[in-house]
Design a binder for this molecule. Structure first.
Ligand code: NAP
Length: 239
């Protein structure tokens, strides 16, 4: 199956992995709708991606806004959830556990409630792809909060695949990928961090958003894969 003529909605389609997925799906002939919260970033992405891509500014932590959005968009085939609020890193002994509520809200709850709001209009032959992170499947010191947050999404996939059948539900678990998610670090710190992580991986480099996008497009296109978590992490689990 290709994505030609299919309608694909991508939360987080204005940046990084979501933006690369939007570009790849549009190149395959899909009709793509992207979202993000920042209007200027949304308009820039739509202008860059071309005619088959439209978009709306939606905050996935706003439940009513999600239901209004899906009602406006109407029937569609595939949902990709490539969003997070950031936050949640730090060594356990000093970790502010209460502060994890923000990333839990901004990732687990935001992705799950977007998926739930989509159910009225998501095609029976369609799919949902969540994006978690390698922190849930590989042990990195200082990422226990991230492991718990992303592990929740990984754990949901099989049960959701059962409950939502015949729709397919999968998760992509990326390792470190070169996207704007790292841009809050000062440039030298960001560069040093990414270089250090690259050296520790079996593939000897960090990932590119297009590599994760390929995995997401494969999961949307392959009608025989459901209830699974696919690692796209440069071998982070075996380092
Ligand atoms: N890059 C990595 O190294 C890496 C590694 C492992 C996992 N991941 C995961 O991959 C996913 C995508 O990350 P990325 O690296 O592509 O990040 P990114 O470049 O920062 O893109 C994040 C996207 O999500 C949107 N977004 C965030 N919160 C949102 C909300 N509440 N409602 C709607 N849109 C929202 C952002 O737009 P606005 O800010 O305008 O809303 C943006 O379009 C995330 O779940 C991240 O945790 C990334």
């Amino acid at each position: 199956m290709t994505l030609h003529g299919q309608k694909v909605i991508i939360f987080g389609g204005t940046s990084g992995i979501g933006l690369a997925t939007a570009r790849m799906a549009a190149d395959e002939g899909a009709d793509v709708v992207i979202t993000g919260r920042d209007q200027a970033r949304l308009e820039k992405a739509i202008a860059e991606l071309g005619k088959s891509v439209s978009g709306e500014s939606v905050d996935a932590t706003d439940r009513q806004a999600l239901y209004d959005f899906f009602a406006r968009i109407g029937d569609f085939h595939h949902l990709v959830l490539s969003i997070s609020s950031g936050g949640g890193a730090g060594a356990f002994a000093a970790l502010d556990i209460q502060a994890l509520q923000t990333p839990i809200e901004g990732k687990v709850i935001a992705q799950l409630q977007a998926a739930q709001a989509a159910l009225n209009t998501l095609a029976p032959a369609g799919s949902i792809t969540f994006v978690s992170a390698a922190s849930a499947r590989a042990a990195f010191a200082g990422t226990v909060g991230l492991a718990a947050i992303n592990g929740a999404l990984n754990a949901a996939a099989a049960t959701l695949a059962l409950e939502l059948k015949p729709r397919r539900v999968n998760v992509v678990s990326p390792g470190i990928v070169d996207t704007p998610i790292w841009s809050h670090f000062p440039e030298t710190e960001r560069k040093n961090l990414l270089e250090r992580e690259a050296k520790a991986l079996p593939v000897g480099r960090i990932g590119q958003p297009e590599e994760v996008a390929q995995t997401i497009v494969m999961l949307m296109s392959n009608g025989f894969i459901t209830g699974t978590v696919i690692d796209c992490d440069g071998g982070a689990r075996v380092k």
